[in-house]
Ligand binder design. Structure first.
Ligand code: P6P
Length: 342
């Protein structure tokens, strides 16, 4: 094999190279946007290094306190949160951060006053699965500063509807570490090569199958769900969508959604008695997932309204989430959603 062929076969595309090519779509971004995204990739490499060693470094177990959600913070939650903040706060172009682990938005040091972006994230989603070695994930969502927003009112930077995200994505720490992101120009996946320490393009232009063969819901709460959700699940179970389905539920949103993105099907977290507004958080769980889903040809609602059109009023606001393939989602919307089916 001649040199060029050999080189070509080795020329993997790193996420940095891909981000730079995406950068061209943001005139005037002058490299700040790609620098911001590289801050996220750096943080997630640090997080995955700890997730991979959790059982070895006594990092398991709770940090002994609770986060704003009233959930016991795992030490890895704290580490992951600090990794994201440390990697993003000093990027210059970032003015405001909002994290699942912090009650209030974080204003970043910005002497020039020219910060353009806000980043919202869940540093380690599904962390209750850490000690049992089940996949967990990091989610992120990036907004431009609203024209009339200033750093004295940080909430204005992040309380934007998901349709204003300029980029969103997640990292799933599973059998391999995969980052999936979109800048509004399709969905692309990168697998971390631990030998090189780089995210390498492994899934270009990801599209969700029009129909899958999995439904994903915590069936322990079936008696709690509004009846149309249970009716729909029974409809799917009875083969009314033209095929048999399997149930898959990991209890880690990023992992459950990643399977739905790759294999199709439907994921549902309906309202329950414990969480009548839904359990999942709009800003840093539903919104990034919904942007990825729509960019890949899927659909994401709160059971009746498009997730990306919801106007948030609070950073930790919760929402029901129904997300998945076109066939399953249209069937739910047309024949089971009270708002549409009359
Ligand atoms: P349940 C993890 O705590 C999380 O926020 C999501 O990652 C996951 O989809 C959901 O909660 C699981 O909730 O009530 O089924 O355990």
């Amino acid at each position: 094999m001649n040199h060029f062929l050999r080189t070509a076969s080795m020329s993997a595309i790193t996420i940095q190279q891909h981000i730079l090519s995406e950068q061209q779509r943001f005139p005037g971004a002058s490299g700040e946007f790609s620098f911001l995204l590289s801050g996220i990739t750096l943080a997630t490499k640090k997080i995955q290094a700890q997730v991979r060693r959790a059982g070895l470094t006594q990092i398991l177990g709770s940090a002994g306190n609770e986060n704003v959600q009233g959930e016991t913070q795992q030490k890895l939650d704290v580490y992951a949160n600090e990794a994201m903040i440390d990697s993003l706060a000093m990027r210059g172009s970032v003015g405001v951060l909002a994290s699942e682990e912090d009650e209030h938005a974080i204003v970043c040091p910005n002497e020039e006053g020219d910060a353009k972006y806000a980043v919202v994230f869940d540093p380690l989603d599904g962390s209750s699965n850490i000690d049992v070695n089940v996949s967990v994930g990091t989610t992120f969502s990036i907004f431009r500063r609203p024209d009339d927003a200033c750093l004295s009112d940080p909430d204005r930077w992040v309380l934007q509807p998901g349709n204003r995200q300029i980029a969103a994505g997640y990292v799933v720490y599973g059998s391999s570490t995969v980052m999936v992101y979109t800048c509004g120009n399709g969905v692309h996946g990168f697998t971390l090569d631990p030998n090189v320490g780089a995210f390498i393009l492994s899934h270009e232009h990801m599209t969700m199958p029009r129909q899958g063969s999995y439904y994903s819901v915590n069936e322990a709460y079936s008696n709690d769900f509004p009846s149309h959700f249970g009716d729909y699940i029974q409809h799917v179970r009875n083969g009314k969508l033209g095929r048999s389905y399997s149930s898959r539920y990991i209890g880690s949103l990023v992992a459950d959604f990643h399977r739905t993105l790759l294999r199709g099907g439907i994921f549902m977290y309906p309202p329950t008695q414990t969480h009548p507004e839904g359990k999942l958080r709009l800003l840093y769980e539903a919104n990034p997932i919904a942007m990825i889903a729509e960019q890949a040809g899927g659909i994401a609602t709160d059971g009746s309204r498009r997730i990306l059109d919801l106007q948030p009023n609070a950073i930790h606001q919760r929402t029901p989430l129904v997300v998945g393939s076109e066939v399953e989602m249209r069937e739910f919307e047309s024949n089971f959603c009270p708002a549409n089916s009359g």
